[in-house]
Design a protein around this ligand. Structure first.
Ligand code: G6P
Length: 624
């Protein structure tokens, strides 16, 4: 949610900042801006509503030059999407520029105080501008006497600390001041910020993907850190002014990993990466000998695992849907009562949770504000809280007591795809591990392992259906929406199929348990509203078939996903049948979601949508 990049070094800052912003565009793309301090100690800024491409054009028409600066790509929270509201924002003197990710909740009160103190120079409606003005005022007040540059640096850092202590809300910020050469300041609370350490140059960014092309040495800042960054050094301190010692870590992936390659969109690339990402999610975690899963990252001994009485899975969006599948899978494999909770609801209510409840926060980015809030709340209540994250250095990964990494590689497309199937694999491994400590026999454990190991090849088979799915998508470009139905393990896949369709095609789409059709949804059925049924030939196939007949009788088109025997039985009922490989019921969601990802993708492409950057969305939602 909003992306920040800062640079200080010997190179020309503009191309580095623009390149970084392009890589962060998944975080928000309502407007963008850049502020560079030029050789005459003047801040040059270019900003506009629209995407990085519009900003690049603006800069091409009126170039900016300098070796340090900051930049921002925005997902609007406070204030409309306009040029004025685009970041960076300035203080009252116009000598300080600030880019911000997060929400300053008490900005109105702070603004009123500044206005009372005589500040009338506000140019935008944003909370960010208020913070810039506050820091600027505190800095000027502290520089009443003439000071040298080194003293100015200290005073600016102090002004940042004093201002941030008055702030209620969240922030990741990057800042420059025209009076202090080759110096940028960063700070974070609740919104991620990473420092990239280069040779005679340093970087700030919301996410390492923005800077990995320049350096793979990174320092992940903690909440309440303030960092003063220069060409050859950086200094981290807390809001209270205590020096902070942080380790430099190596970024796991390279710039190559975040390229689109030959694919037209990241989303398609990531869908096609699933044989590998699913394999990586279970690599080294299966023990054929003991017929179980090995998840050392949980940091729990067998006794503690044995004592788990209840599991809560929490997350948002696609991660929540993974949790919903996880509920079915864990209960069926381990027979442990499992609940799924919307992170945004869970964190604000008093869910009864007995001792020995294990909470899993599921999040690809590891930065989703609501999921992080849920994690913190369950820790506050004394529950063991673990993360299922893709982003290794993310806040959720760092604040949980253990967990399981997805190792899916960077996911850039805003619509989550490969992270979802990795989450499903991990939840299955958790079910297998806990199941084998309870009711699951060695024979059943061994069968599960065999089926898990076969998954990557089966996913490859499913991906071969791409042409068929593209042809189906083309038939349905004129529709008024789509309904998705499934039962049991595949009910959450109906939700996920509908979410993918909504997110990237903007078509109306809803997912439901198939049996709910007759309780209201059937009123929607008509020839221009196809229904997608996920109906493998399992114990409840005939019930799904009844629901399909009900749609058919009302002239609703049907697209059915099934397994080999089901395909024969669906002749004459479904208009289109997508046949999936046979697989144990609890693993079917890992296969059945893939045609739905592809269906949404091809409908979106057919409708000319911006697949990787859908309207109004952002990949990493760090506001509540
Ligand atoms: C946003 C994204 C979704 C994603 C959700 C949770 O809403 O648009 O695609 O599923 O956040 O993200 P997380 O990083 O926590 O998995």
């Amino acid at each position: 949610m909003c992306g920040i990049v800062g640079y200080v070094g010997r190179a020309e800052a503009t191309p580095i900042l623009l390149d970084g912003l392009r890589r962060l565009e998944y975080r928000g793309y309502d407007s963008a801006g850049i502020a560079i301090v030029d050789a005459h100690h003047k801040i040059e800024t270019r900003k506009c509503a629209g995407r990085i491409a519009s900003l690049s054009k603006l800069i091409a028409a009126k170039p900016v030059s300098g070796s340090y600066g900051i930049s921002h790509t925005r997902w609007a929270t406070h204030g409309k999407v306009t040029d004025e509201n685009a970041h960076p924002h300035f203080d009252a003197t116009g000598r300080l520029a600030l880019a911000h990710n997060g929400v300053i909740e008490n900005y109105q009160a702070l603004k009123e105080q500044l206005i009372q103190d005589g500040d009338t120079n506000f140019r935008s409606e944003t909370d960010t501008e208020v913070l810039a003005h506050l820091i600027g005022k505190l800095y000027i007040d502290s520089c009443a006497t003439t000071v040298d540059v080194e003293q100015k640096k200290g005073r600016l850092v102090n002004a940042v600390r004093t201002a941030l202590k008055q702030v209620i809300g969240t922030y990741g910020i990057a800042m420059v001041h025209a009076d202090i050469p080759d110096f940028i300041i960063g700070a974070r609370r609740g919104s991620p910020l990473v420092l990239g350490v280069g040779k005679d140059e340093n970087f700030l960014a919301s996410d390492v993907s923005a800077i990995v092309a320049y350096t793979r040495d990174a320092v992940y800042l903690n909440d309440f850190d303030v960092v003063a960054v220069e060409r050859g050094k950086f200094e981290i301190s807390s809001l209270a002014g205590e020096a902070g010692d942080r380790q430099v870590s190596k970024v796991e992936f390279t710039a190559e990993d975040i390229k689109k390659g030959d694919y037209p969109h990241y989303m398609l690339k990531e869908i096609f990466e699933q044989p590998v990402s699913v394999h990586d999610a279970m690599r080294g975690r299966l023990s054929l000998e003991e017929c179980t899963a090995k998840l050392g990252g949980l940091n729990m001994n067998p006794q503690q695992l044995r004592e788990v009485e209840r599991i809560v899975l929490t997350g948002c969006g696609t991660a929540l849907h993974a949790g919903m599948v996880g509920e079915y899978v864990i209960e069926s494999l381990a027979n442990i009562p499992t609940e799924v909770e919307y992170a945004s609801e869970f964190r604000h209510r008093n869910t009864p949770m007995p001792n020995n409840t294990l909470v899993f926060a599921i999040s690809q980015s590891g930065e989703t504000a609501d999921t992080l809030g849920a994690l913190r709340e369950s820790r506050r209540k004394g529950h063991r809280t673990l993360g299922i994250c893709n982003n290794v250095a993310s806040t959720i990964a760092r604040e949980s007591e253990g967990g399981v990494y997805m190792h899916a590689g960077p996911e850039i497309g805003v619509a989550a795809t490969k992270s979802f199937t990795s989450q499903l694999v991990i939840l299955t491994l958790i079910g297998l591990l806990l199941g084998r400590m309870r009711n699951l026999s060695t024979a059943e454990g061994s069968r599960m392992i065999g089926a898990l190991e076969a998954l990557p090849d089966q996913i490859k088979e499913v991906l071969q259906l791409n042409d068929q799915i593209e042809a189906i998508a083309k038939k349905y470009l004129e529709v008024n929406g789509m309904l998705f139905f499934g039962r049991q393990f595949n009910f959450p896949i109906a939700l996920e199929g509908a979410l993918k369709m909504k997110e990237i095609t903007y078509l109306f789409a809803e997912g439901h348990p198939s049996a709910e059709l007759k309780h209201g949804i059937i009123a929607l059925v008509r020839p221009d509203l196809p229904s997608v049924f996920i109906a493998p030939d399992d114990a409840i196939f005939s019930k799904n078939l009844n629901n399909m007949e009900q749609v058919k009788a009302r002239k609703g088109p049907i697209i059915a996903l099934t397994s080999s025997d089901g395909a024969k039985k669906l002749k004459g009922i479904a208009d289109d049948v997508i046949t999936l490989p046979d697989i144990p019921d609890c693993l079917m969601p890992i296969l059945s979601v893939i045609p739905l990802q592809l269906l949404a993708y091809h409908v979106a492409v057919g409708l000319g949508r911006d697949v990787d950057k859908p309207r109004n969305l952002a990949k990493s939602v760090t506001v509540e």
